[in-house]
Structures are given as C-alpha cells and as structure tokens.
Ligand binder design. Structure first.
Ligand SMILES: Cc1cc2nc3c(=O)[nH]c(=O)nc-3n(C[C@H](O)[C@H](O)[C@H](O)COP(=O)(O)OP(=O)(O)OC[C@H]3O[C@@H](n4cnc5c(N)ncnc54)[C@H](O)[C@@H]3O)c2cc1C
Length: 463
C-alpha cells in the first residue's frame, strides 16, 4: 500500500494546475494523480476540431505537463474513497494512502430524460470518444444535425456542423441563444447571423421525443408541433443541455454537496479534513450576491486550483466567489459576458438599471471598422456594477475583463464611467468614444443623475 503526501483525482485543468503550483511551492511533496483518459484535453477548442480547422492531436495536452514536475500519473479510475482511513482504491484494486486529497473529477454532459436520448446517433460533447463519434458521422455523409441546447457549447457545435455543410437546427427552451451569458435584447444580431448562415432556430421550444428505429433516432419531435426527419444511418443529434458534477464516488459519504457539486469554502476546503476540491465538480456561488450559480468554466477551475495549492503550501489565499467571465463566438460575432445578466439579477430579487454603449472596433473611418456593443447591468440601489455583456466583431475578452475587474473592486457606474482608456485608429474607437464609458453614462442618465463629462469624452475631440 503506497502512501503519498497528496492524491489528486482528476487530470483536467483543476488537477493539472493544482499539481504544478503545489510542486512549485513545495518541490518535495509527493503527488499521485489519477486520470483514466489517454489525454487531458483543451475542451474549449473541440468545436474547431469538429469543424476541421485543427487536428485532434492539437487539443491533447502532454502528460509531461505533470510528469516533468515529478507527479506520478496513474491512468486508472478511482473507484472508492475512504475519508476516515484516508485512502483511495483504483479500478485495478490498488490502494493508495494520502495525507491530503484533492478532488478534481470535473463534470459530464447531462443526458436529459427524453425517450431516445441513449440512441447511437445521439452525442454529447466532451471526450475524445464524443469527438470521434461526431466526426465519423460527418465524414460518413451526415446531411442533418439537431443541436439541443443553445448555450455556448451548443451554439459552437451548430456552427461547426454548418461549416461542414450540414443542415443544422438549434433548439432551446429559452427565448434566445446563450441564455446564461446574455439577455434577449443582446441576442438579436446573433440570431440574424446564425440564420444568415442557414441555421434553423427554435427557441421557447422543447424536444418532446426522439423517435427511433432500431438503435438510432429517425425523427425529432418538438413542442411547437414540428417534426424533423433524420436519416438514422447518417444524421445525428447533439445534446448540449448542461453539465453535471462527477461526484458519484462520494454519494454515500459525508462530503457536503448540492445538486451542482461539492461545497467548498473560500480556500477550496471541503467539510472533510484534509480534503480539497476545485473545478467543475464543485458548486459555485456568485461573488456578487453569494448565492449559488453555474460556473463550470476552465477559467474558474484554474484560480480555484491555484488557491488550494497555495493554501496547502501554507501561503494562504482565498476566492470570494465567482464572476463567470466567459466568451464565445457566433459566426463573425465575438461575445463575452461577466457577472449577472439583467434577467438573472431580476430573478434573484435585485432591482437593476442597465445602460448601453455602441461604438466601433476601430476609428470609424478605418477600413474594417465594425460595431462594438456593451450592455452594463448595475444595482439600482447601490449603483454598483453587477454584470456586463459585450458584442463585437473583434475580441471581446479584453473589454469584459476590464468590467470584471470593476465588479471585483465593487465599482459603481460613476466610478467606471471615469475609466481612463487609450485610443489608436487600428485598435479602438475614437478618443472621444469608449463603449464601456458610454454604457455607464447611459445607465446613469437612466437613473437621472447629473453626471460630469467623463475624462476624454469631449465629442469630436481628435476626430
Ligand atoms: C466543448 C466544451 C467547450 C468548453 N469551452 C470552454 C471555454 O471556451 N472556456 C472555458 O473557460 N471553459 C470551457 N469549457 C469548460 C471547461 O472545459 C471545464 O470547465 C474544465 O475542463 C473543468 O476542469 P476540471 O479540471 O474541473 O474538470 P475536467 O476537465 O472535467 O477534468 C476532470 C478529470 O477528472 C477525471 N476523473 C473523473 N472521475 C474520476 C475518477 N473516478 N477517477 C479518476 N479520474 C477521474 C476525468 O477523467 C478528468 O481527467 C468547455 C467545456 C466543453 C465540454
């Protein structure tokens, strides 16, 4: 029976980051990581493998990321954990004792309880097997694909299938695409872009049944009365209706969990001594109102893992909650969001005020200048910023990260409206225009507050 200082269950972004950071801080610590799949993957780039833009090998992470820093990587599943005796057992019956356990088991795509959801031409999107299954269908003459779920994963899949020449439907119960990221008013140009490329969109619509022949789906029946016929031998369905934490291992234990995953404190400690957890297997809470919220993002898994490693190494650290900065693409639009949408904020009882800013990505006289839209969401009572959404034909992540920082610093609309920004013809709108500043000013106008002109905001200056 081997004894290790640290056992890590899971070799995704949380497991890898934790292992590397801990080894950096405490080189002598002995670490064993369990990860059954042949490669850890960069999931974010999966759509571009399916689209045919990049080779599948490009999204496979190298094992050396962890083995080169001295981590023992064991390619087995952990099948049981005994918190009392501090030991795990893997699927070949080996037992490992640990001093500290780090749980980073991630999450798996949900298969909703719709009849036919287990059929052979119904895929989810996460693993190497999922990618191979979808690409095999595409390469074997699929003509139609139905994507159920219009979150970022579903929207990205739909676009990949269209690039491969497949007639694609995108179906969601919500009223618009990317409902967890943006409000309906921001989705209008995105729907137009998807439809412009030939996608069939069905919102406020449920899938009622996946009719099968043999083990394959031959027809998808929708709550709006439509029935879409599929060639069961060639066409396929993609389920992108959310992720559920991989925590079955702990169902009979005393580990505190919610439906969304393992509960951790601000230092990633669970309720069990010497057991930490991070990433998609955890439940998340909003840094804004401290209420549970979705957050199954690599950009959450990584900082959680860094904090856990730092705490374990005696260096301290804490995470005050999650902001959920996230980004995706819809055709040539880039979309990013942070914090709470207006819809979510209102549903959580927050009285909101919103503001809009619209400028251009470059100076408007420059070739290729395109629209840039910002929506800012603030609490009407405190005027603190609680969320934002950015749409642009150029990168949006830089803009949204600025607003996330403003939320992290508890900034008000008035404070962010004083943002000192830069301008250059190929890189921004005019010196007189910042969509972030204008969104804040617009929200302040809505609140009917006399606002002094923001720095740089003399219209016409330097035009
Ligand atoms: C298609 C797709 C696109 C995405 N795009 C983005 C994006 O653009 N931006 C972003 O921030 N996030 C994105 N995500 C989310 C991101 O991939 C996840 O948030 C991230 O992978 C979570 O990391 P993790 O380490 O917590 O879990 P995972 O990456 O799920 O890793 C979990 C690990 O635990 C292992 N494991 C589970 N159970 C056991 C067991 N019993 N024994 C041993 N090992 C076990 C698994 O095999 C795996 O190695 C995307 C996800 C998908 C599926």
């Amino acid at each position: 029976m081997e004894k290790r200082d640290v056992v890590i269950i899971g070799g995704g972004p949380a497991g890898i980051t934790f292992a590397r950071k801990l080894k950096k801080l405490k080189p002598d610590v002995s670490i064993t990581m369990f990860r059954p799949e042949p490669h850890s993957m960069v999931c974010c780039a999966i759509p571009y493998v399916i689209e045919g833009l990049i080779d599948a090998s490009k999204v496979q992470k190298r094992d050396e990321l962890v083995t080169d820093v001295g981590v023992d990587l064991i390619r087995h599943n952990v099948i049981s954990v005994d918190f009392e005796n501090k030991q795990v057992v893997d699927d070949v019956g080996e037992t490992y004792l640990y001093e500290t356990l780090f749980i980073a088991t991630g999450a798996s795509p949900v298969r909703p309880p719709i009849s036919g959801a287990e059929s052979s031409n119904v895929f989810t999107v996460k693993t190497g097997q999922d990618i191979t299954g979808i690409i095999d269908r595409i390469e074997n003459g699929a003509k139609r694909a139905i994507v159920i779920g219009a979150g970022a994963i579903g929207v990205e899949q739909a676009q990949a299938y269209q690039v491969r020449g497949i007639e694609t439907w995108l179906i969601d119960m919500a009223s618009h695409a990317l409902p967890n990221m943006i409000d309906k008013d921001m989705s209008v140009p995105l729907h137009a872009a998807l439809e412009g490329k030939g996608a069939h969109l069905a919102f406020n619509t449920q899938v009622e049944a996946l009719e099968t022949v043999g083990s394959s789906v031959r027809q998808v029946r929708l709550s709006n009365g439509d029935a879409i016929d599929l060639d069961p031998g060639k066409d396929f369905v993609c389920l992108a209706v959310g992720m559920k934490p991989d925590v079955d291992l702990f169902l009979d234990s005393d580990l505190t969990m919610t439906r969304d995953g393992i509960v951790v404190d601000s230092q990633m400690m669970t309720n069990i001594p010497d057991v930490y957890a991070a990433g998609d297997c955890c439940s998340f809470y909003s840094a804004i109102d401290k209420v549970e919220i979705g957050g199954k993002l690599a950009t959450n898994a990584v900082p959680m893992a860094k904090i856990a490693a730092s705490v374990l190494a005696g260096k301290g650290g804490e995470l005050k909650g999650f902001y959920n900065g996230a980004a995706t693409c819809v055709e040539d639009w880039r979309i990013a969001s942070t914090g709470l949408t207006e819809t979510v904020a209102v549903s959580r009882g927050i009285d909101t005020v919103c503001g809009y800013g619209e400028t251009t990505t470059l100076f408007p006289m420059m070739p290729g200048a395109e629209t840039l839209k910002v929506k800012i969401v603030a609490s009407r009572k405190t005027q603190q910023i609680i969320g934002a959404q950015v749409l642009s034909k150029l990168s949006t992540t830089d803009k949204i990260d600025i607003i996330t920082l403003a939320i992290q610093q508890s900034m008000s609309l008035k404070e962010l409206s004083k943002l000192s920004y830069s301008a250059q013809p190929w890189q921004s709108s005019l010196p007189s225009r910042s969509a972030i500043v204008e969104a804040c000013e617009n929200a302040l106008e809505t609140l009917d507050i006399q606002e002094e002109p923001a720095q740089n905001a003399e219209a016409g200056e330097c035009e």
